[in-house]
Design a protein around this ligand. Structure first.
Ligand code: SF4
Length: 268
């Protein structure tokens, strides 16, 4: 990790959203930092954008159905960007040993269940980016194993303030009961003008040829053993790192390939 500056600077900029413009403002470290270290800034920006989307929905007579205590979608495979994996690894390292062990056991149990269903090999080998029946079937098979995200407790997210961007961005307006059986019932995901999670995945994919730029969240503890620090690849002053992220938003607006989150955090 960079010795992150305590001095901050506020950056104002505009994001093009379809026909509209979103006026954004972010306070970032003035000095050296990296992409993983400014994730809280991106989470805050994403929240502002999602609030604007929710207001637009309300004006159109719709509302977001997702509520605390509903963790149905937390049984999907969650594509976790490498940078968020790094941030969660740093957070896990701050936990006391007993809490960390309990969490490690939860991840282990999830992997055992997926393994006994024959899904681990498919998770590793299937091309989730491909628009194939195989990828779609994997999405369905994963969900119906009913393996909850190891961070899910009492049907609520135990890491809610630091949950991945893709979890924040997966919202529906349909009846929340439908999320428990998405292959049979109608799900209406909220279309977003920008997916911050998608931008992070694109940046992660830049780090290694052939990489998706993300890992299944359930692989987090195994990934942590690599000791990787992907955020270091995007370092600079706070405004420079933020600019690198914003610059890549054009990819999110104009995807040239099937997006990585499609098979997972969307209705199978
Ligand atoms: S991180 Fe939280 S919101 Fe995301 S899938 Fe896990 S429990 Fe659900």
């Amino acid at each position: 990790m960079t010795d992150i500056s305590t001095q901050t600077v506020t950056v104002n900029f505009k994001l093009a959203l379809g026909d509209g413009i979103f006026d954004a403002s972010a306070t970032v470290p003035e000095g050296k930092c990296n992409l993983t270290e400014i994730l809280p800034v991106l989470q805050s920006l994403d929240s502002s954008l999602l609030s604007a989307v929710a207001e637009d929905l309300n004006e159109a007579g719709l509302s977001i159905s997702c509520k605390a205590g509903c963790g149905a979608c937390c049984r999907q495979m969650v594509p976790l960007s490498l940078f968020e994996a790094e941030a969660l690894a740093a957070w896990i390292a701050t936990l006391d040993p007993d809490t960390r062990e309990i969490l490690a056991q939860r991840f282990h149990q999830s992997l055992l269940k997926l393994s006994s269903a024959g899904l681990i090999d498919r998770l590793v080998s299937d091309d989730w980016l491909a628009d194939t029946d195989s990828a779609r079937q994997l999405t369905i098979d994963y969900f119906y194993q009913g393996v909850p995200c190891p961070f899910l407790q009492d049907e609520s997210c135990s890491i809610h303030p630091i949950r991945p961007l893709i979890c924040r961005e997966y919202l529906v307006t349909s009846d929340p009961r439908h999320c428990a059986d998405p292959a049979a019932l109608q799900i209406d995901p909220v279309p977003l003008p920008l997916n911050f999670s998608r931008v992070l995945n694109h940046m992660g994919a830049e780090l290694e040829a052939g990489s998706h730029g993300w890992i299944p969240l359930v692989f987090l503890f195994a990934w942590m053993e690599s000791g990787a620090h992907p955020g270091a690849a995007f370092s600079g002053t706070g405004p420079e790192v933020l600019y690198e992220f914003v610059r890549r938003m054009e990819f999110a607006g104009k995807p040239s390939r099937k997006e990585p989150e499609t098979p997972a955090r969307a209705a199978p």
